[in-house]
Design a protein around this ligand. Structure first.
Ligand SMILES: NC(=O)c1ccc[n+]([C@@H]2O[C@H](COP(=O)([O-])OP(=O)(O)OC[C@H]3O[C@@H](n4cnc5c(N)ncnc54)[C@H](O)[C@@H]3O)[C@@H](O)[C@H]2O)c1
Length: 402
């Protein structure tokens, strides 16, 4: 296990989460260099996390001889510049979500890291939560059969900094900010080698005085016929709601990652401090999260990234994944404008081609397919069958079947 010597770009919300994860649990990995535009912020961050080097020059940060790994935690409009600098410096680069503001930006980043031959990781934390990894194992074991539908929801009352609300800087509203998580969660369960074909998306600016959308719902159709459904909002009241549902031919998984995790507190006087990300109240019934780093997947994410560097393999999420997510988001914005299904335009597709639609016909006997079987309140069992020869749907009842 090689110790990672990290240059972290950015000193805001995500940089604090990343550093607490990277320096946590007596880890050897260290942020050795912090970059901020502001000398004062860099100094404050360096002091808080005991970081020996600080700079207001991005190129100096990535080129520092002690640094082997660059982590980009800057606002969206600076990801491209930061990634190009890291690639030019020949350093491994990990970039937070969304990779780009558009697929064109993401593609420029992918091209740069591949041309430079440097390791690249896309920091999509929500596919690494402990619950998600366990659920993914169940899906890979076949516990749910073929996956038909993944519904992923991320809603909260809106982001914490000015630049998110500026469409030019962020690339859009709730869809680019949070849809990127939901889209990648659905891709992960449906299969990242299955091509996303087309999208239908609704978005609106319902509450906030901004140009971008503060609410959006989208459907992403995959080549197998599976559907990824995302629901994102910056207008949701009551905290941060992160939920996923995975439906397969043989089973279902439901996960609540944040708002109802089985930890509920009532306080008449107030918590007197931070409760959980985007919590709206510190009094009355509140919903703390015991381990936000784990609940949001940051720990497993960096473990995979750093193990992948050591083992000279790809991590579960790399820039190609970030590019595919951006391409799906581009199609979503187009669909919002045209109110039509829009194709997902991918210049490069590295997954399987020509995958057949899900086919889950169940044989009942030589003459029938089984549509369904159900026990009724009187104890009898009813069978709904399809006659193979005629195509007719028929029913049969069996009384008091044990
Ligand atoms: N779950 C996640 O993975 C997750 C969560 C939150 C944010 N993010 C991502 O992290 C990135 C940063 O978001 P954040 O929440 O830390 O934002 P933030 O506003 O808390 O922090 C951004 C920092 O960058 C500075 N900054 C602002 N404009 C800048 C500019 N033009 N150049 C350099 N620095 C600038 C700000 O002063 C601030 O210190 C974004 O890409 C965001 O999408 C990811």
């Amino acid at each position: 296990m090689n110790k990672k010597n990290i240059a972290l770009l950015g000193t805001g919300f995500i940089s604090n989460f990343y550093t607490s994860t990277l320096h946590g649990q007596r880890s050897n990995d260290r942020v050795l260099m912090i970059y901020s535009r502001s000398e004062e912020k860099a100094a404050k961050f360096a002091e808080k996390w005991s970081i020996p080097h600080q700079t207001t020059d991005l190129n100096e940060a990535v080129n520092h001889p002690e640094i082997d790994t660059v982590i980009v935690g800057l606002p969206n409009h600076r990801h491209l510049e930061a990634v190009l600098a890291a690639a030019a410096a020949g350093k491994a680069v990990l970039c937070t979500k969304p990779l780009g503001r558009t697929a064109a930006e993401a593609k420029a980043m992918l091209d740069a890291v591949e041309k430079a031959g440097v390791f690249h990781g896309y920091l999509e934390d929500l596919v690494y939560t402990h619950k998600t990894l366990k659920a993914l194992q169940s899906v890979r074991n076949g516990a749910l059969g073929d996956i038909l539908w993944v519904r992923s929801r991320e809603t909260h009352p809106g982001p914490h900094s000015d630049w998110f609300w500026n469409k030019e800087l962020s690339g859009g509203g709730a869809i680019v900010d949070m849809g990127c998580h939901c889209i990648e969660i659905a891709r992960t369960f449906i299969g990242k080698d299955i091509r996303p074909v087309e999208v239908m998306c609704w978005a609106d600016t319902q509450v906030k005085p901004i140009d971008a959308e503060d609410h959006g719902i989208g459907l992403v159709r995959y080549e197998t016929g599976a559907i990824g459904q995302f629901e994102v909002s910056w207008t949701f009241r009551g905290g941060m709601d992160l939920r996923d549902e995975i439906s397969g031919v043989e089973g279902t998984i439901r996960m609540d990652h944040f708002l109802r995790t089985g930890f509920e507190t009532f306080t008449a006087v107030g918590e007197g401090g931070y409760v959980a990300e985007k919590a709206e109240t510190e009094k009355g019934w509140i919903f703390p999260v015991g381990d936000e780093v784990g609940a949001l997947g940051y720990d497993n994410m960096f473990l995979d990234m750093f193990n992948a560097i050591d083992e000279k393999r790809k991590p579960a999420e790399d820039f190609y994944d970030g590019y595919v997510v951006n391409a799906i988001i581009d199609a979503c914005y187009k669909s919002v404008r045209t109110k039509k299904w829009e194709p997902v335009e991918l210049d490069i597709w590295r997954g399987r081609k020509g995958v057949a639609r899900i086919n889950s016909l169940k044989e009942y006997d030589a003459d029938h397919y089984l549509v369904k079987e159900e026990r009724l309140p009187d104890g009898s069992v009813k069978l709904i069958l399809k006659e193979k020869a005629s195509g007719r749907i028929v029913q049969r009842e069996r009384e008091n079947v044990k």
